[in-house]
Ligand binder design. Structure first.
Ligand code: CUA
Length: 335
């Protein structure tokens, strides 16, 4: 029996250390909050972890005590219950769980109330529309349309209005807020705020098709002055190409299938199916967080997107080496 108990404790220790190790990986961290809402959620998480640990240690203690008592009882004949109080089943099986669950319910309700901030006219409003498998990002007041990267000013509440184009998605930036579903035909909203500048990883938290795991985005929190400068850049139409190669690339873009799915402000390209590319080169990632935005990755993405993201709506584009060079030069000029 002792060997069995030893084994059980060994496995518990291994599981606990694995959980600890996973928290140190590069996965989005709920326990590393960078905004008021995330601080609330992280506080609740720690409380639940503490409560869970207490219950686990308590139950393990009782289990050990019961095993030890049984061994003694086997030796001494005729051992009876020492006191006449209610059996431990009533306290441990009914009273304790009810008390613990009531505490958890109260704490969760309290956090939910703290997170449900009503809309305020001073908030910066950003519409985020979920697509299979990318994020359309619109700043209605600033008249900005972008994708997969949400820029916000540090220390300012931001109203995120969530919608979906095709199926249900879920918006989650663990370091800034909890999850919220994006449902077609419905608008769900919440308020996020980042207290420190940085790039926070966001992801889709609702299974939405084969590329669900590769539907990522970034929330980039920057100093208010930097945010104003970013808005000014993004509001402007795309710059005209300055080199012959980029000019050829633009002509190619406008005459090919690219322009049927993508829009570039200041040109005739006005496609609505894919991400707006007006300031494509200012984004750090392509294919919704799958690849770093550099020349090699972009070339692969344009010539064979299905290799990178099977099932995506982006078709392969057949190009000669010269045509690809021109197209890359043009896209790289869209700062
Ligand atoms: Cu979108 Cu999962």
């Amino acid at each position: 029996m002792r060997r069995w108990i030893g084994k059980a404790f060994c496995w518990s220790a291994i599981l606990v250390s694995l959980l600890g190790a996973s928290a140190c990986s590069r996965a989005p961290a709920v326990l590393d909050p960078h905004g008021p809402a995330a601080v609330q959620i992280s506080g609740l998480s720690w409380l639940l972890i503490g409560l869970g640990t207490l219950v686990y240690v308590g139950v393990s203690g009782f289990l050990l005590a019961a095993l030890f008592r049984r061994r003694q009882a086997q030796r001494a004949v005729g051992v009876s219950r020492e006191n006449g109080g209610p059996p431990i089943v009533i306290w441990g099986g009914i009273v304790m769980p009810v008390v613990v669950l009531l505490i958890v319910f109260g704490l969760t309700l309290n956090t939910l109330i703290a997170l449900s901030a009503p809309e305020h006219p001073d908030e910066l409003v950003i519409n985020v529309i979920g697509h299979q498998w990318w994020w359309e990002v619109e700043y209605p007041a600033q008249e900005i349309l972008t994708a997969n990267e949400i820029h916000i000013p540090v220390g300012q509440p931001v109203r995120i209005r969530l919608m979906a184009e095709d199926v249900i998605h879920s918006f989650w930036v663990p370091q800034l807020h909890g999850k919220l579903d994006m449902i077609p035909g419905q608008t769900n909203t919440f308020r996020i705020q980042a207290d420190t500048p940085g790039a926070y990883r966001g992801l889709c938290a609702e299974f939405c098709g084969i590329q669900h795991a590769r539907m990522l985005f970034l929330v980039v929190a920057k100093a208010p002055a930097d945010f104003v400068a970013w808005v000014e850049t993004q509001r402007a139409p795309a710059a005209a190409p300055t080199t012959t190669l980029a000019e050829q690339g633009q002509a190619l873009f406008l005459d090919s299938t690219c322009a049927q799915c993508h829009a570039i402000a200041g040109t005739t390209a006005a496609g609505q199916l894919g991400p707006d590319l007006t300031h494509f080169a200012s984004r750090s990632e392509i294919a919704a967080g799958v690849l770093e935005n550099n020349r090699t990755n972009l070339a692969t993405w344009i010539t064979d997107p299905q290799k990178i993201k099977r099932g995506s709506l982006m078709p392969a584009t057949l190009l000669t080496v010269t045509e690809l060079e021109a197209l890359l030069a043009y896209l790289e000029s869209l700062k």
